[in-house]
Design a protein around this ligand. Sequence first.
Ligand code: 5GP
Length: 179
Amino acid sequence: MKNPKVLYTEEEIQLNIKLLAEKMNAFYNNEEVYVVCVLKGAVMFCTDLVKHLNMPVKLEFIRLSSYNGGTSTTGKVNAVDISLPDLNGKNVLIVEDIVDTGLTAKFLIDFLNCNFHTKSTKFCSLLDKKTARKADIEPDYFCFEVDDKFLVGYGLDFDGYYRNLRYIGYLDGDEFERA
Ligand code: 5GP
C-alpha cells in the first residue's frame, strides 16, 4: 500500500485543534455541551478535541455514510445510526471530519432542527473543502481550509484504509485506479 503524501503533520493538526478548543472554551463559557461525533471519519479529531474542552461535555456518536468505498460522494446521505438523547434546550456541537459538498452538514443540521429545540447548534469540521460546496452551509469552526483533493489519514479513509495515520495526506493517481 502506498504512503500518502503529507499535507498536514501530526504537530500541525494538534496545534490547530488546541487553538480551536480555546475558541470554543471562550464561546461556551463553561456551559454544558453535547458533542456529537460523526462516525467514522471524525473519531480521531473529536476525541483529541474534547480533551482540550474545559466545560462539562457529554459525548454522543452517530454514524452516517455518503461514500460507498470510493472517492466521491453518492450525493445521498444515509443515516446508519442516528440515535441521540433529548437535546431540547442543550448546546449541541456537531463534529465532522470534512465538509465537502456540505450535504452531510445540511442533513444533520436539518435533522436537529426538525427533532429538537436546542439552545445552540454549532457545526465544527476538521477540514473545509469550500470549493466543492453544493449546499449553502459553512462550518462555525474548522481547522484547515483544503483544496478539492481526496484526503486520507487522521480518521479519513480510502476504502476503509488509512484512518489510523497520525497525519493528513493525499494519494496520487495510481492508487485510485483500485476504486
Ligand atoms: P459532504 O456531504 O460534505 O459532501 O461530504 C461529507 C463526507 O464525505 C465526509 O464526512 C467524508 O466522509 C467524505 N469526504 C469528503 N471529502 C473527502 C475526502 O477528501 N477524503 C475522504 N476520505 N472522505 C471525504
